[in-house]
Design a protein around this ligand. Structure first.
Ligand code: PLP
Length: 455
């Protein structure tokens, strides 16, 4: 487990230290103590992947409470697009905080809210004029899209895809179909939601089964799709799927809603993943990376669809001025080079991982676009063991789907950091091949650390 291996000579540094730099095998004593404290007071529904207890970050590096430095290829679940504490992001927060921290944009006219809506109009994957409803999170703007789709079409049914993840509030969790546990015990869910498989086969099912036997096509308000599925396992669809989905929506008069919450904001090397297939949605849902970690979501769509009137939808906090200021700065940084970096570093990572796959039989597939990369393993247990072994070696990655490890680093990640991550993953996969049972035992036991810490 502590075997020393070849790492690229130009390993990145934070405050003069190489990254990663594990001084105390994680979780260290302070992390264990903190986890016990956390478990006493926080909701047990929080799905913690492993016991990283971060206290500060810089670029792609994160320091934990025990002073270990980790190379972070999770970016707070595809959120910290500009890396941790980008100086321009920090400056935007400070500037805006000194001027105005809150003034509800729903009830009054907040200049920066409209300014961000205009920027979203400029960058949206929609050539027609657009409008935006700005909120605080991904799930919130999915709810807004369900409401607007039903309102404007006066139809009640909504279609989503198996394996999709759209959030955890009632409407969005009904669309979510990546794991049954997200629905467990919470029914009845939102009525009028149908699911079909992701990909062209799902469109066959809609046309040949659903529209013939279950629901008339002219009662479908909208079809929600992640252009590349995120939580479901970083699944890239077949090339016919999205163009054909666009044609289908046009034929039946349903809205095509692109959930770009995970795949958007430059992560795939284009501003929006759907652009890789030259398809325009009617509505696009945006969150996560667009504001570099400040809470912000947006539903942006063709202006003519916004037929609802004052009071039909709003939010006290939605479009908070600090979040808007950071979104504007993030968009500038993405366009000034981070999107290009995502494409280049993504190609580098995929090439390195595919080389690794030739010598590691446990890797079944390496896929993705830009810095949205999935590594599929022979089993969920292997993926879990690799995630844990990577953590112990100082690389943060996150499982997705049933047997996939996802890589979604900050878009500032450097070439040497990518090399370091690929080398560490190679070591982690080798660890998992050698001693999967021990790794799984360690990974699952940390949940009980409060039994072992003193004080
Ligand atoms: N949609 C997608 C594709 C997501 O990945 C997520 C979150 O992981 C959401 C929606 C929900 O976003 P939030 O957690 O901000 O509510």
């Amino acid at each position: 487990m502590t075997e020393v291996v070849d790492r690229p000579a130009s390993a990145p540094v934070m405050a003069g230290r190489p990254v990663p730099d594990i001084r105390t095998p994680p979780p260290g004593p302070l992390a264990r103590r903190h986890v016990a404290f956390d478990h006493r007071f926080t909701s047990p529904s929080l799905p913690r992947a492993y016991p990283i207890v971060p206290i500060r970050g810089e670029g792609s590096a994160v320091e934990d409470i025990d002073g270990n430095l980790f190379l972070d290829f999770t970016a707070g679940i595809a959120v910290s697009a500009t890396g941790y504490n980008h100086p321009r992001v920090t400056a935007a927060i400070e500037r805006q905080a000194r001027e105005l921290i809150h003034f509800s944009a729903s009830d009054f006219y907040l200049p920066i809210y409209a300014q961000l809506a205009a920027e979203l109009d400029r960058i949206a994957p929609i050539s027609a004029p657009t409008r935006s409803m700005i909120g605080n999170s991904g799930t919130e703007v999915i709810e807004a899209a369900i409401k607007l789709a039903r309102f404007v079409t006066r139809r009640q049914y909504v279609v989503a895809f198996l394996g999709g993840f759209h959030g955890r509030s009632y409407g969005s969790v009904t669309l979510t179909a990546s794991k049954a546990k997200y629905h467990a015990g919470f029914g009845p869910l939102l009525p009028g939601v149908l699911h079909v498989p992701f990909g062209s086969g799902g469109l066959d099912e809609l046309e040949q089964r659903v529209f013939k036997r279950l629901v008339p096509a002219d009662e479908i308000a909208a079809i929600f799709v992640e252009p590349i599925q995120g939580e479901g396992g970083y699944v890239v669809p077949d090339d016919d799927f999205l163009p054909r989905l666009r044609r289908l929506c046009d034929d039946i008069g349903a809205l095509l809603v692109a959930d770009e919450i995970q795949s958007g904001a430059g992560r795939t090397g284009a501003m929006w993943a759907i652009e890789h297939w030259n398809v325009e949605p009617d509505l696009v849902c945006i969150a996560k990376g667009i504001a570099s970690g400040m809470p912000l979501g947006a539903m942006t769509g063709r202006a003519e669809l916004f037929t609802w009137q004052a009071g039909h939808h709003g939010s006290t906090f939605g479009g908070n001025p600090i979040s808007c200021a950071v979104a504007l700065e993030t968009i500038a940084l993405l366009e000034e080079g981070l999107m290009d970096n995502a494409r280049e570093r993504g190609e580098q990572a995929i090439a390195g991982l595919r080389r690794l796959a030739t010598s590691q039989a446990a890797i079944r597939d390496v896929r993705g676009k830009g810095l949205m990369i999935g590594i599929e393993f022979d089993s969920g247990e292997t993926a879990e063991a690799v995630q844990w072994a990577a953590f112990r070696r100082g690389l943060l990655v996150l499982e997705a789907g049933e047997n996939v490890v996802r890589l979604c680093p900050p878009l500032v990640v450097s070439a040497s950091e990518v090399d370091t991550a690929v080398a560490l993953l190679g070591e982690a996969v080798a660890d998992a091949q050698r001693d999967r049972a021990t790794l799984l035992d360690q990974a699952r036991r940390w949940m009980d650390v409060e039994d072992t810490v003193d004080g």
